[in-house]
Design a protein around this ligand. Structure first.
Ligand code: CA
Length: 232
């Protein structure tokens, strides 16, 4: 039995039914909310493990729901939006959402996003904030030594590549926007920073992929949005 409880926030009955039927057949528990106000109440009173949140709600805008929730809860939020414009996704991620799905989405996509989020939750529970190393698939980061290994072979990174990798590792499983990353690394987010970020990310990824024997992709690009470290 899958004990994860999902709060489904969606005002469109057809979409809500599709989601809850999918959850039902895959042994998830779920709670429903058809607007932002009920969603906020359900998050505080029922404490779901994951929230699936539609952005276009009848009362409160989904982005505002995320901002309010983030004042008092770290519950993972996966945004579901019909708005395919990147700015909405980016606003949602910058406001504290963990991931996103764009309508129309497939059942497989929904389940994959839930699995990513569950793995992230599990690794958060198991990780000690004092941990001196990070492991993911064939990769190991030794924080004390400032070194990175793939299959015990050391990968030589520049200081910025190393900072980028640590930031992605700390948030692995989560999509980080260009703005979030450039603010964290350079303390600013100008267009020129985003352009440099692309270059640094390309070289970092090349170094990681070259050493990986299994062909595992550590860094996933979300075109126009940002990057995510896959949890392997
Ligand atoms: Ca809607």
């Amino acid at each position: 039995m899958n004990k994860t409880t999902i709060l489904v926030v969606e005002d469109d009955i057809a979409v809500r039914n599709l989601i809850t039927t999918t959850l039902d057949t895959h042994d998830y528990r779920y709670i429903r909310a058809e607007n932002g106000q009920n969603a906020l109440q359900a998050i505080s009173s029922k404490k779901p493990d994951i929230v699936l949140l539609d952005l276009g709600l009848p009362d409160i805008d989904g982005i505002d729901v995320i901002k309010r929730v983030r004042n008092w809860s770290e519950v993972p939020i996966i945004v579901i939006s019909a708005r395919c414009e990147d700015t909405d996704k980016i606003d949602a991620l910058d406001s504290g959402a963990d991931d996103y799905l764009t309508k129309p989405f497939s059942v497989e996509e929904l389940l994959a996003r839930l699995r990513v989020t569950q793995r992230r939750l599990a690794s958060l529970k198991n990780s000690d904030p004092e941990d001196s190393e990070f492991r993911n698939g064939e990769m190991k980061i030794d924080y004390a030594a400032g070194s990175v290994f793939i299959n015990s072979e050391e990968i030589h990174l520049t200081p910025i590549e190393y900072k980028l990798l640590c930031l992605l590792a700390k948030n692995s499983g989560k999509v980080l926007t260009h703005t979030f990353i450039t603010n964290s690394i350079w303390g600013s987010s100008f267009d020129s920073d985003v352009a440099s970020l692309r270059v640094f990310m390309a070289t970092l990824r090349k170094k990681l992929d070259k050493s990986s024997k299994s062909g595992q992709q550590y860094i996933q690009t979300h075109v126009g949005v940002g990057y995510r470290m896959n949890k392997l």
